[in-house]
Design a protein around this ligand. Sequence first.
Ligand code: B1M
Length: 210
Amino acid sequence: MGEYLERVKRVLAELEADDMGALVREALDAGEEAADLLGAMGEAMVEVGRRFEEGEYFLADLVLAGEEMKEGIAALEPFLAAGDRGAKGTVVLCTVKGDIHDIGKNLVGTMLASAGFNVVDLGVDVAPEKVVDAVKANSAQAVGLSVLLTTMVGSVGEVVESLKGAGLRDSLKIAVGGACVTDEVVERYGADAMGRDAVEAVRIFSGWMA
Ligand code: B1M
């Protein structure tokens, strides 16, 4: 890992970042790749989560790290290649009911939009009925669900069941992602695929909606 990548990872993980946007821009100017910077920030967030789990960090620290990461991502956005927006079809995206984590979901949304998808982002803590309404209103071809809390993973199943109930499931593809998602989650709740990161998410949706 290059010097800037190490620095980005360290200051975010140590909660020492007071202007993540400036640091990321400096790293880009020094020649670092946007994708590598994203990776370094992602690793830092895993470390922040670990320290929270171990009682070293508190909720306020998660909030702080989350805000800094958002600033870092905002600085990267112009570099996450812009494609032919909306041409590939429509994806309804959200974080599931009971879960308010949105950094990963936003990143997936940005990358999908850059790759040419029309993204309808419903936000966080989204009830299954809202997903159904949005799929109908936007004639979406796919749904993307983000879930980070193990306790909320059942919300994925609720969305799938609601889409089935509305007669929409057969004409839709559903991808899930987020820190707690495994292949088993996909199988148990009847989704179609899981993405480990935003790049994989783009690959999955592109495979469905080329
Ligand atoms: Co929370 N939190 N948090 N948190 N938080 C986790 C998820 C946790 C793992 C930390 C830990 O204990 N180790 C833990 C969950 C444990 C579990 O259930 N297994 C946890 C907890 C417990 C909680 C609270 C319950 C804490 C409390 O209140 N006591 C609470 C829950 C509130 C709620 O949702 N109801 C809570 C709150 C928060 C904050 C609000 C303070 C803040 C979020 C700020 C925000 O999102 N605006 C926060 C943060 C920052 C984290 C950690 C530290 C970082 C998450 C993050 O943004 N990562 C997180 C630790 C961790 O994940 N290891 C943690 C960076 C982001 C880029 O990665 O979101 O994983 P991620 O997205 C990735 C991939 O997963 C994937 O692509 C993204 C880009 O690579 N991906 C997809 C995501 N969605 C996808 C969808 C796809 C495909 C790929 O297709 C559709």
